[in-house]
Design a protein around this ligand. Sequence first.
Ligand code: NAP
Length: 313
Amino acid sequence: MENVYDIVIIGAGPGGLAAGLYAARAKMKTLILEKDKTGGQIVTTNEVANYPGSIQEATGPSLIARMVEQTEEFGAERKKDTVMDVDFTEKIKVIKGEKEEYKAKAVIIASGATPRPIGCPGEKKLTGKGVSYCATCDADFFTDLEVFVIGGGDSAVEEAMYLTKFARKVTIVHRRDELRAAKSIQDKAFKNEKINFMWDSVVEEIKGDGIVESVVFKNKKTEETTEYHADEEDGTFGIFPFVGYKPQSDVFKDKIELNEGGYVITDADMKTDVEGVFAAGDIRVKSLRQVVTATADGAIAAVAAEKYIENNF
Ligand code: NAP
């Protein structure tokens, strides 16, 4: 079985890279596929304060760079390709990429999740033109400008705090009158003088001709709508939606069991309902989506995949 990998891992975020490290270290012929840039969502985060061992200067990109180095050291192969389809019906699994077709004895799905859009008119058209889903990548464009952050979870509040290093004023727009974010994160935000809050409000529309010029907010309690226009001198402002994530599992629909939200169902050994197919990281049904849980999933999935191969090939 010359052209058959032992393990193909789909996705090179922390879950996929940890799986790659464990698989390659166990001398499995391992391939990690990534459609985008290596690292997944964590490379869009400037601060990783809650991964054990990561200290002040640890950023998402620096943590990922070290993980990549480790997987390479143990001999895991990495390729940039987008998975378009999979065939899990036979013992040898087939992964159909945009560029190539890959065969494997076992597959680990670690394709993660992507930011969920607000879904209002103008959002798509103005993405990259004032609307951004990555504070680390784009904060610099908004130096001395105003910024609105949409959402009330950990991501929204943490990214809002990061944005205060650049923007003149940051307003968190939340659809309720209390935040969902962890208390420790909330406390820091309430103390930050650059952060303002707009409660009970949602974004109805984002407007602009080639660049964000105004945004329409609706107060959910009073039903009142207000249009906020860019300061004349600024000409624009930023909108950063952080309203949750959606799993990147479309390609696995009808191939493995997913829950109603599209997340992959696994057991404690990361096994899906298909023999030889495992999942790790944010793509899974789980209660805590963090780097530390993704890497743990990756390790467990790789060891389970190795055992599966030993017993079945
Ligand atoms: P999240 O916890 O699902 O929060 C999403 C926020 O967006 C909620 O406040 C929600 O409002 C709001 N929302 C959802 N749909 C909306 C819509 N259509 N319009 C306006 N607002 C909307 O997502 P997240 O903050 O991205 O976090 C995802 C996961 O990553 C969580 O498990 C989180 O703990 C974790 N995370 C952890 C850290 C950390 O520990 N440092 C950092 C980032 C993320 P409601 O509150 O009303 O539902």
